[in-house]
Write a protein that binds this ligand. Structure first.
Ligand code: UD1
Length: 346
């Protein structure tokens, strides 16, 4: 029998790609999203790719009554993948209470409802941001590396949410959880029917690159070229969003179908390889044949110099591995940007 999964934030970037993979793996999906940073049209894209239209409810996870209504309307939800959250680092510094209220209340509401509606497992979207700048001996960073004080309220909500899950399960709550710490998700579905749609001026590298390439932005600034890295620019572990989506399917299978595993587990989800900002920019030009207008600019405040993941645990225990090749990933991001232009969206 098909199991039903609730995907919060399911019309967002990672949520939409994960819904596609869940449906293709045979799960039934109910999406909830408050549409604060995404559009209900995304559901059409998911349907076009998979041939199945996921259920969609415009609901804010902070609205307990509306959220409970979803569990009543769709009895039999067995698992939750919780993406819904505010995620702009800079905005979180300006509006900390908004971030704490939104990102903490939504998780607490879900956790509270799980036992009542017999929901067995929750996969939580965390971030490598919890490691801060790992020391040299902790690179590539493993799940055992120390958590460092967050540099922003956004980062802190990830840390606190991880603790809330741990504390709740240690208190004896009859649920299981897998916390996934993502590195830098990029790219778009190969069909170009779903992808990343940032609001306003993009903060993240790849949307800024593709918007510059298509002429929406004049010039890409590479923030800092005097870091202690081989070419002086920052290093990140860029993970293809479709590979990341597949990690959620593996995590859901593990949480629901493997009673022998621990009640809470943490996995890094990355490629295990670091790429510098310059390598990404040059790689984009090479993979797409498009020339980018860019220049070096001062460092961006709060940036980590270098971080990439040790993903052995996910490879071995989750049976998951990042497979995409970076050139294809960068081409998928470009194809998506071209599709947005074709559709008159950007
Ligand atoms: C950021 C957040 C991280 C969050 C993630 C979500 C910070 C410090 N970290 O990660 O907490 O989980 O987004 O996606 O904000 N870059 C440029 N020019 C640009 C944009 C980016 O040179 O116009 C560089 C950055 O300096 C960085 C790299 O590209 O070295 C990646 O940046 P970005 O995509 O913003 O991700 P992170 O900063 O790693």
């Amino acid at each position: 029998m098909k199991q039903t999964i609730l995907v919060t934030g399911g019309t967002g970037f990672i949520g939409s790609h994960t819904t596609v993979e869940l449906q293709q793996a045979g799960y039934e999906v109910v999406i909830i999203d408050n549409l604060s940073n995404s559009s209900a049209n995304v559901v059409d894209g998911i349907e076009k790719i998979t041939g199945v239209r996921p259920a969609f409810e415009k609901v804010d996870c902070c609205d307990m009554a509306a959220l409970e209504g979803v569990f009543k309307k769709y009895p039999g939800i067995k698992g939750i993948i919780h993406f819904a959250a505010s995620k702009a680092v800079g905005e979180s510094v300006e509006k900390p209470l908004l971030y704490y209220r939104n990102n903490l209340n939504s998780l607490i509401n879900l956790l509270e409802l799980m036992p009542k509606y017999d929901v067995k497992g929750i996969i939580f979207s965390s971030s490598c941001t919890v490691y801060g700048q790992p020391t040299a001996e902790n690179l590539p960073v493993t799940e055992k590396a120390p958590i460092q004080k967050a540099l922003s309220p956004y980062g802190n909500t990830k840390q606190v949410n991880e603790e809330i899950i741990q504390d709740y399960i240690h208190s004896g709550a009859p649920i299981k959880s897998i916390i996934l710490r993502y590195f830098n998700p990029i790219g778009a579905h190969p069909s170009a029917l779903i992808g990343e749609l940032p609001n306003g001026v993009p903060m993240n590298l790849i949307p800024f690159v593709t918007q510059t390439a298509i002429g929406i932005r004049k010039q890409l600034k590479i923030f800092g070229n005097d870091y202690d890295t081989p070419d002086g620019t920052c290093i990140r572990d860029y993970i293809y969003v479709v590979d990341l989506a597949k990690a959620h399917v593996k995590a859901m299978e593990r949480v629901l179908d493997k009673p022998e595993t621990d009640a809470v587990e943490v996995f890094n989800i990355g490629t295990g390889r670091g790429l510098s900002t310059l390598e990404v920019v040059e790689g984009f030009e090479k993979a797409t044949g498009v020339k980018l207008n860019w220049e070096f600019a001062p460092r961006r405040e709060g940036d980590i110099e270098k971080v990439w993941g040790n993903v052995d645990k996910a490879n071995k225990e989750l049976g998951w591995k990042a497979e995409a090749n970076i050139d294809d990933v960068l081409r998928s991001a470009w194809k998506w940007q071209l599709k947005l232009r074709e559709d008159g969206i950007q």
